[in-house]
Design a protein around this ligand. Structure first.
Ligand SMILES: Nc1nc2c(c(=O)[nH]1)N[C@H]1C(S)=C(S)[C@@H](COP(=O)(O)OP(=O)(O)OC[C@H]3O[C@@H](n4cnc5c(=O)[nH]c(N)nc54)[C@H](O)[C@@H]3O)O[C@H]1N2
Ligand SMILES: Nc1nc2c(c(=O)[nH]1)N[C@H]1C(S)=C(S)[C@@H](COP(=O)(O)OP(=O)(O)OC[C@H]3O[C@@H](n4cnc5c(=O)[nH]c(N)nc54)[C@H](O)[C@@H]3O)O[C@H]1N2
Ligand SMILES: [Mo]
Length: 744
């Protein structure tokens, strides 16, 4: 039952995802609506994903949905860009204008000259790709240098194993922890993730808490003594950006001490001997020098991880941000592979969409199945960056962001003229954000879709469209198992979901668009499942049955991972490739190796004399989602000011007391933040990211976006040579200075 009417109170069951808490989501919630207003939100106690728990951001949904500064009508710019001059327009007028301008640009410069830009994986990307492909442009992208968020990890897994794996918290079974097949992970290794505050893709942070309560031993690789680190059996306070070396060091211990799973390695992997040879270059003495971790601790962590059966490993975005993030991810991938923790209860399990249903395409093949007829081959070949990055060409599905920005400025091989920007605030959140802003300022026409006025909308939008929170959306969330539904609880102003907006525009821009209604699109997505739209909406969530390809375990033995139905993994060799053959074909070293951060005490010792501290940006606050929610009073109360965490000893050396404001400066700029004593590594300065001040809308059109935003201190163009990873936002150099009363 999805909706219950009790007099004037309506209770609607839905699933969190994007706008509201912001997250990648999946929590089951009950939305209580009275008189057209959301009055309460609660976690559904028997929902198998969140088991009733909710984060503070979700609990603040009432404030978010009814925030006084919500955009509620389409706006058309009347003054100069950035001048905050707009007039309200009807949807028809706004969409007419967009249609006319984009068609004119398409006629003059080709569809490829329009970019379709998103931020992180919201309930936006699937719709943007629909719009882009039906408009005729292959240039759909994420606004993040090096695609440095999850894509390096996803691609490393795809390359080595042909699939994506995640730690098994029995999330693919409706019985959850009561499933008799499931087992508790004896060891849980959390690598660079503050999971309890960030709930990343496919993982509800609380699942790790459940594991700890059930007796899992915890190993934490993190330079900050965060909540998880404080509960760890072994805490490895690593020097930021050196995770590749640590992974190779752990592999060295596991291989040389014979702690790997010999049977699994023999039967299901290739390249072990080459890997064995490579790790000899990483004796613990060297790894210790690089990572600043004691030899004994690295060895102890490797032994605990490898001897525990099963072991789970959850990794975070610092892996992607490491220089050559994709290579680091390959090394970590080898850890769970050679210890045989694959497709085992409590180990790592392949994450497949339930019933084969996808609404958020993660491959060119998936896009082709959805909208393939919309894009001829020669048009697909114009995807920006595929000439420079062979992995992007062969295995990815978007334009490469760094190549896009370069092309906007160079106009080569073809000009970029327009953009459709939805669900991203890159004028704040991208590295070297001013360069991103400048690039888009050169375009003839920009559309922005957001829920609020942001620095990006203010600086760039010619037309600004109001999007909706998840509570205002109907839909099917088909990402990984289980299949879940979103049910609309209310409407706010004239706001529309990204699905509705992109659908209308796709119909206008492609006369041959194959769907007549948005529901037709959902019905098409659901086709492989045999489940009807009504069924999934009514039930809320549905798990695929045991034994099906989306349900673990041992699918490689049962021939469920490959298209040809043979046992093995979906790689060219059918095995997990520890030295992936395709890496060789693309011209890269197939074996993992370590790359030092571009700016560090080791690689730039002279610079380090001037900037002796390590700058680490973007440690997430549970109150915010990137640049979002600074305008939500109860979230801002948790975290009123932009914070930088500094070890008390370090702070005292610079004469800085807890709560005082400091300048953080390096060769790229300076920002101002409030110092918070914390138990971070003493060499570190750990800042929040993407701060701006929404309250300044009247007197500061930049909203202070470059005042307390770590991205000002990070150069663009630091991405990996593979095109995936390496934005290095966690490993630069800086110094701090107390802000004196006169601001000097
Ligand atoms: N509340 C909230 N949740 C979020 C987001 C948000 O903005 N707010 N953002 C979402 C998005 S898009 C993402 S990508 C995820 C990211 O979420 P996480 O993967 O958790 O990423 P971070 O918070 O950047 O860092 C996690 C931990 O890594 C540590 N760390 C920093 N540098 C390094 C390093 O070089 N090596 C290692 N081993 N550890 C390091 C930090 O101290 C921190 O404790 O969160 C998602 N969830
Ligand atoms: N220095 C530093 N910078 C970082 C990071 C870091 O760790 N350090 N992390 C990086 C990472 S991992 C990522 S993924 C990026 C994220 O970058 P972005 O995804 O660009 O992050 P946000 O600042 O949350 O901007 C999203 C915007 O979309 C709007 N929005 C939210 N939901 C919806 C929706 O459903 N529809 C529409 N149309 N709009 C919506 C929000 O109001 C907000 O203005 O930031 C990156 N930036
Ligand atoms: Mo991200």
């Amino acid at each position: 039952m999805t909706s219950l009417d009790q007099g004037d109170l309506k209770i609607v069951r839905s699933t969190t995802w994007s706008a509201g808490p912001g997250c990648h989501g999946g929590c089951g919630v009950e939305l209580h609506v009275r008189g057209g207003r959301l009055v309460k939100i609660e976690g559904i106690p028997d929902h198998p994903y969140n088991l009733g728990t909710l984060c503070p951001r979700a609990l603040a949904l009432r404030e978010y949905v009814h925030a006084p500064d919500r955009l509620q009508h389409p706006l058309i710019r009347t003054g100069l860009r950035g001048s905050n001059s707009w007039r309200q327009a009807s949807w028809n007028e706004a969409l007419d204008l967009i249609e006319q301008r984009l068609k004119s640009i398409r006629d003059r410069h080709g569809a490829e000259s329009t970019l379709f830009v998103q931020g992180t994986g919201r309930d936006v990307g699937g719709w943007l790709v629909m719009l882009a492909y039906n408009f005729g442009s292959p240039n759909w992208l994420q606004s993040l240098p090096g695609n440095s968020c999850y894509h390096p990890r996803l691609l490393a897994m795809k390359i080595a194993m042909g699939d994506y794996v995640v730690p098994d918290s029995s999330q693919f079974s409706g019985l959850r922890y009561d499933d008799p097949e499931w087992q508790i992970s004896e060891c849980y290794l959390v690598w660079g993730q503050n999971s309890v505050a960030t709930c990343n893709d496919g993982l509800h942070g609380h699942w790790i808490v459940h594991a700890l309560k059930r007796g899992s031993k915890l190993v934490v690789v993190d330079p900050n003594y965060n909540w998880l680190a404080s509960r760890a059996t072994i805490w490895l306070p690593i020097r930021p950006g050196t995770d590749g070396a640590l992974a190779l060091g752990m592999l060295n211990v596991i291989i040389n001490e014979g702690l790997y799973d010999k049977e699994f390695v023999d039967r299901w992997t290739v390249g072990f001997d080459e890997l064995r040879q490579r790790v000899q270059d990483y004796p613990l003495s060297r790894v210790s020098e690089i990572t600043w971790l004691p030899v004994e601790k690295i060895a102890a962590a490797a032994r605990l991880y490898a001897r525990s059966k099963p072991s789970a490993l959850q990794w975070g975005v610092p892996v992607d941000f490491a220089p050559e993030g994709l290579t680091v991810a390959l090394a970590i991938n080898s850890l769970w592979s050679i210890t045989g923790n694959i497709e085992k209860p409590g180990g790592m399990v392949v994450a497949r969409p339930a019933f084969g249903v996808t609404s958020y395409p993660m491959s060119q093949a998936a896009i082709a199945a959805m909208y393939g007829d919309a894009m001829p081959k020669e048009q697909l070949a114009k995807r920006i960056g595929i000439d420079r990055y062979p992995i992007a060409r062969d295995l990815h599905w978007r334009a490469q962001p760094d190549a896009v920005i370069d092309q906007v400025f160079s106009g080569e091989p073809y000009p970029v003229k327009a953009s459709f920007i939805a669900g991203t605030n890159f004028v704040v959140g991208a590295q070297d954000p001013r360069r991103w802003r400048k690039a888009f300022e050169t375009l003839e026409f920009n559309v922005v879709v957001d829920l609020f006025m942001t620095p990006t909308a203010m600086a760039l939008a010619d037309v600004l469209l109001p999007s909706s929170s998840f509570a205002e959306r109907d839909g099917v969330r088909a990402w990984w198992s289980p299949l879940t539904a979103q049910n609309r609880a209310l409407r706010v102003g004239e706001c529309r979901s990204d699905a509705e907006i992109c659908f209308d525009l796709a119909r206008r821009l492609n006369p041959k668009f194959r769907y007549r209604t948005l529901e037709d699109v959902y019905r098409f997505f659901l086709e492989p499942s045999g489940i009807s739209l009504e069924q999934i909406r009514d039930k809320g969530w549905i798990y695929p049955p045991k034994g099906s390809p989306a349900a673990p375990y041992a699918r490689h033995e049962r021939g469920l991972l490959r298209a040809d139905g043979k046992p093995g993994f979906d790689t060219p060799s059918g095995k997990i490739e520890l030295n992936p053959s395709r890496m060789k074909e693309w011209g890269y070293d197939p074996l993992p190796s370590y790359t030092e951060p571009t700016y560090s005490p080791q690689s730039t010792p002279d610079l380090a004399k001037e900037y002796p501290l390590i700058l680490n940006t973007g440690s997430r606050s549970i109150a915010f989602f990137h640049s979002e929610l600074r305008n939500i009073p109860s979230m801002r109360a948790i975290n009123p000011d932009p914070q930088v965490q500094i070890h008390p000893d370090t702070a005292k050396r610079y004469g800085v007391r807890n709560g005082e404001w400091v300048w953080i400066e390096n060769q790229f700029g300076r920002i101002k933040m409030q110092a918070r004593y914390s138990m971070v590594h003493p060499a570190l300065v750990l800042t929040q990211h993407s701060w701006f001040y929404p309250e300044r809308v009247r007197d500061d059109k930049d909203f202070g976006a470059y005042e307390a935003n770590g991205n000002v201190l990070i150069p663009g163009g630091l991405h990996s040579k593979t095109g995936f990873g390496g934005a290095q936002v966690k490993s630069l150099l800086c110094r701090i200075r107390k802000v004196e009363d006169d601001g000097r």
